[in-house]
Design a protein around this ligand. Structure first.
Ligand SMILES: NC(=O)c1ccc[n+]([C@@H]2O[C@H](COP(=O)([O-])OP(=O)(O)OC[C@H]3O[C@@H](n4cnc5c(N)ncnc54)[C@H](O)[C@@H]3O)[C@@H](O)[C@H]2O)c1
Length: 494
């Protein structure tokens, strides 16, 4: 771990006086969840003394002043999307690279908006932004190492926060965002854009209207050959040259875990009302060997000495799979593979007692053996397209960002904050979807043994309400015209 991040985490941990050091914190070396809970209690965490954020509606914000931390490829796309949303003021921009901040200022100027305050003060520069008094929401698009330090500093500084995926990578990071969010009563939203894709929203609405009967099984994935991006070395310090800052993704792909579970899992959890009537109980995980990454590194190193630094690294296997059982008896399968030459897929499969839907490789909905034809699909779309798509779907397609889902996610986030509504993807979802990383790592390392998924809601899942997809109490936020759009979205894909 980077020395700056380590000392920052140590300080905030001691400062909050809650999550004291223990041999198990920050590692995944636990054999049972009860063991882990005992240690958390011994460390002084008292769930009874904290506030539960399930269904929490923060006071309304007429204007949402947004500060961005991490303005690389993804962050610059987010800055641009936010320029189209009414009620947003972009007041702060933070990155370790001046070029990244300059690029974001240019986006603001081209959109006819005032420049934002700049925070370019090294790796801990975000702390000053998080303590400032002109930011309501800290939007985090750094590489993974900095997600939790920034999110915690933002909430401690009295700001809501929204964190790119995957938000957290260890169990104590998962519990820490829950503890800090509850204590500060600030939202910690997971920016899982795939929950807002068109087919995912259509099928979610169909589930809600009873079209699937009982949901029995769901499958999701992140299958994406990242060869081009993993091996794209940074060219210079210019913004968004398409390379990962300091080759961070290569480093993260040493870990033998599903490090990117939320694109596949998020939409399935929303359809199954996980943390809102059902909960994840336990999982088991398996990983193939690595058949490509090590060889590709050697191949690249022969072409370019830059890649010699990675030779001999023990990389993750190509495919890892998780099987999860829910409290209500449902099953979920998640897959993750970023290094096999094959077409992109998040699967997004929902299987119920009355209906079946799958998005990849070929999108279809079926009732029994009958696959819906074009006319039937049109009829279903006409009837079950949810309100958010009717309201901003066309605009979302024009603004862009993975075909529009990124914009719908941002618009909904801002609309909820402006109308004082609970979050679609709250801190418990952020923790639950993230904890697949350490749990899968543990199961893979222990012969695929099952391991419990903690209940971050601590019982509130039984009464917590499903995500609202009717825009009840909201939907009041307008969108700005497209005059300033470059239409470029982002260079890399999700
Ligand atoms: N939801 C999606 O579809 C999607 C798509 C792409 C990326 N992402 C996520 O977005 C995040 C960023 O990915 P990216 O592709 O933009 O990576 P990137 O490397 O292009 O950008 C990371 C940025 O963070 C900055 N940074 C690093 N440390 C910092 C610090 N301490 N303080 C401030 N800035 C710092 C870097 O300078 C860089 O500009 C990751 O979490 C990634 O998983 C999500």
């Amino acid at each position: 771990m980077n020395a700056n991040r380590r000392s920052f985490l140590r300080n905030i941990t001691l400062g909050s006086g809650v999550l004291a050091a223990s041999p198990l914190f920050g590692s995944n070396n636990f054999s049972s969840q009860n063991e882990f809970d005992k240690i958390r209690k011994a460390a002084g965490y008292n769930p009874k003394m904290t506030f539960n954020m399930c269904g929490y509606a923060a006071p309304k914000l007429d204007k949402v002043r947004v500060g961005f931390v991490g303005i690389g490829d993804r962050g610059s796309g987010a800055v641009e999307r936010m320029t189209f949303i009414e009620g947003v003021e972009i007041t702060a921009l933070c990155d370790v690279r001046q070029a990244a901040v300059d690029g974001a200022q240019k986006i603001l100027t081209e959109a006819g908006l005032p420049k934002a305050k700049e925070y370019v003060n090294g790796e801990l520069g975000f702390k000053i932004l998080c303590e400032s008094d002109d930011v309501d929401l800290v939007y985090i698009c750094t590489n993974w190492e900095w997600h939790i330090p920034v999110a915690v500093a933002a909430m401690e500084g009295g700001k809501h926060t929204a964190v790119e995926v995957t938000p957290a990578f260890t169990m104590d990071d998962c519990w820490q965002i829950v503890e800090v969010s509850e204590r500060t009563r600030k939202h910690c939203v997971i920016l899982e854009n795939c929950c807002y894709d068109f087919f995912e929203l259509l099928t979610l609405n169909m589930v809600r209207q009873g079209m699937f009967g009982d949901l029995v099984h769901g499958e999701g994935a992140y299958i994406h050959d990242l060869d081009y991006w993993l091996f794209n070395k940074p060219k210079d310090d210019k913004m968004s040259d398409g390379a990962y800052h300091k080759m961070w993704r290569m480093h993260e792909n040493k870990r033998k875990a599903n490090v990117y579970p939320t694109h596949g899992l998020g939409p399935i959890c929303q359809a199954m009302n996980i943390n809102r009537g059902d909960k994840l109980e336990y999982l088991t995980s398996i990983m193939s060997d690595d058949f490509t990454l090590k060889k590709r590194i050697e191949e690249k190193a022969r072409e370019d000495t830059f890649f010699e630094q990675f030779v001999g690294w023990d990389m993750r296997g190509n495919m890892d799979i998780q099987l999860i059982k829910t409290n209500k008896g449902r099953t979920i399968m998640i897959q993750h593979d970023v290094s096999s030459p094959r077409p992109y897929s998040r699967i997004h499969m929902l299987s119920g007692t009355k209906c079946f839907a799958q998005k990849w490789p070929l999108q279809h909905i079926a009732f029994g053996h009958e696959i819906a034809d074009e006319a039937k699909m049109n009829e279903l779309e006409e009837k079950y397209t949810p309100e958010i798509v009717r309201r901003v779907g066309e605009m979302a397609k024009k603004v862009g960002g993975h075909g529009g889902m990124d914009f719908m996610m941002d618009w909904r986030l801002i609309d909820c904050l402006r109308n004082g509504l609970p979050m679609d993807m709250d801190v418990y979802d952020a923790a639950t979807w993230s904890c697949i990383v350490p749990l899968s790592e543990w199961s893979i390392a222990n012969g695929s043994q099952p391991i419990e998924v903690p209940d971050f809601t601590r019982g509130a899942w039984k009464t917590n309400q499903p995500v609202d997809i009717t825009l009840k109490g909201g939907g009041t936020t307008g969108v700005r015209n497209l005059a300033g759009s470059t239409g470029k979205g982002q260079l890399k894909v999700n």
